[in-house]
Design a protein around this ligand. Structure first.
Ligand code: PXG
Length: 288
C-alpha cells in the first residue's frame, strides 16, 4: 500500500509522522473520510470544501490549494489501484514543541490513505440496526463546534464505547439541552407522516456529506424534508428512522433503547432513499 505523505508516495511501513506532531500530541488537525465507488470519488469537492472550512475554523492554513489536494487524492487511489474503497485525508498542525502553541508548528503534515472500508454487516441493511441513547452528551458547539471535523474524536469515542457496552453498534447522542444531535459517526433522520426530519447542524451535528446527498435525494423523490429540533419522543413516535454516513451510507434503525421504531422493520421511505443513494454514488463524483 502506498501512502501519500507530504508530497511523496511512500510504502505504508515508511509512512511515519513525528511524535512531536500536534495532530498526535493534541488532536490538533482536521480530516475527511471519503468513499470511492467504481472509480468515482463521491462528492470529493464537497469533502475538500468541508476540510477547508474545518481548517479555517481552527486557523490552520492548508499547505496546498484544493486542486492539488484533489489531484493527490486521485493519484493516491490510482497508485493503489483502488476503485472502490475508503480514503482518509488528514492534515495536522505539524511538528512543534511540547507546548500547545500552534504558531510554533512550522508546517502542516498532510497524508492520504486509500484503503478498504469496514461496513456495518449486510444483515443490518436488510433488517435494520438496534441503537441506543448514550449518556455522553454531544459536545456543546460553544466549546468545540461539531461542524469542525477535527482530530479530536474523544466525545464520539466515549459515545461509541457506551453504545458497545449496551450491545449496540451505533447510538444517538443528545446535545446538552437534551435534543437529538446525531449518532457517534452518522447523522440521523426520522420519517413522520411522509416528511423527513433531521436536526440542524446547530444542534451539534456534523454537516455530513451523505446528509447533504439526502437533502438532494428528498427533492429528487419529491419527499418533503425539514430541519427541526428532535427529542427522543419524536423517535418513539416516528414511522421510520435511518442513519447516514460515509461508512454507513444509508442504514435503517429499527429499535431505540429496546423499543421498536415504527413497525420495527425498515420502512418504505428508507428503502427508497437507500436505493436512490446507491444509484447516485455510481454516477456522481470525481473520476480518478
Ligand atoms: N457525524 C459524525 C460525528 C461523523 O463523524 C458523520 C456524522 C457523517 O458524515 P459524512 O460526511 O460521512 O456523511 C460522521 C462521519 C468511521 C467513519 O471510520 C466515520 C465517519 C466517516 C467515515 C468513516 O467510523 N464519520
Amino acid at each position: 500500500m502506498k501512502i501519500y505523505l507530504d508530497g511523496k508516495f511512500v510504502d505504508a511501513n515508511d509512512a511515519k509522522v513525528s511524535v512531536f506532531d500536534h495532530g498526535l500530541l493534541y488532536g490538533d488537525g482536521v480530516f475527511e473520510g471519503i468513499r470511492i465507488y467504481g472509480g468515482n470519488i463521491f462528492r470529493l469537492e464537497e469533502h475538500l470544501e468541508r476540510l477547508e472550512y474545518s481548517a479555517k475554523a481552527i486557523l490552520l492554513q492548508l499547505p496546498m490549494p484544493r486542486a492539488e489536494l484533489s489531484a493527490a487524492t486521485c493519484e493516491c487511489c490510482r497508485q493503489n489501484n483502488l476503485t472502490d474503497g475508503y480514503i482518509r485525508l488528514v492534515v495536522t498542525r505539524g511538528v512543534g514543541d511540547l507546548g500547545l502553541s500552534p504558531w510554533l508548528c512550522a508546517k502542516p503534515t498532510v497524508f492520504i490513505i486509500a484503503g478498504k472500508i469496514s461496513l456495518y454487516p449486510a444483515e443490518h441493511y436488510e433488517h435494520g440496526l438496534s441503537i441506543v441513547t448514550v449518556p455522553t452528551r454531544r459536545i456543546n458547539p460553544a466549546a468545540l463546534p461539531p461542524t469542525i471535523k477535527s482530530l479530536n474524536y474523544l466525545n464520539n469515542i466515549l459515545g461509541k464505547i457506551e453504545a458497545r457496552q449496551a450491545g449496540a453498534l451505533e447510538a444517538i447522542m443528545l446535545n446538552d439541552q437534551g435534543y437529538v444531535s446525531e449518532c457517534t459517526a452518522d447523522n440521523i433522520f426520522l420519517v413522520h407522516k411522509g416528511e423527513i426530519l433531521t436536526p440542524a447542524s446547530s444542534q451539534g451535528a456534523l454537516k455530513g456529506v451523505t446528509r447533504s446527498a439526502i437533502l438532494d435525494i428528498s427533492q429528487e423523490l419529491g419527499l418533503p424534508l425539514r430541519e427541526v429540533n428532535l427529542t427522543r419522543y419524536d423517535v418513539w413516535i416516528a414511522d421510520e428512522c435511518f442513519l447516514t454516513g460515509t461508512g454507513a451510507e444509508v442504514i435503517p434503525a429499527v429499535k431505540l433503547d429496546g423499543r421498536e421504531i415504527g413497525t420495527g422493520k425498515p420502512g418504505p421511505v428508507t428503502r427508497r432513499v437507500l436505493e436512490a443513494f446507491r444509484r447516485r454514488v455510481l454516477v456522481e463524483g470525481t473520476r480518478i
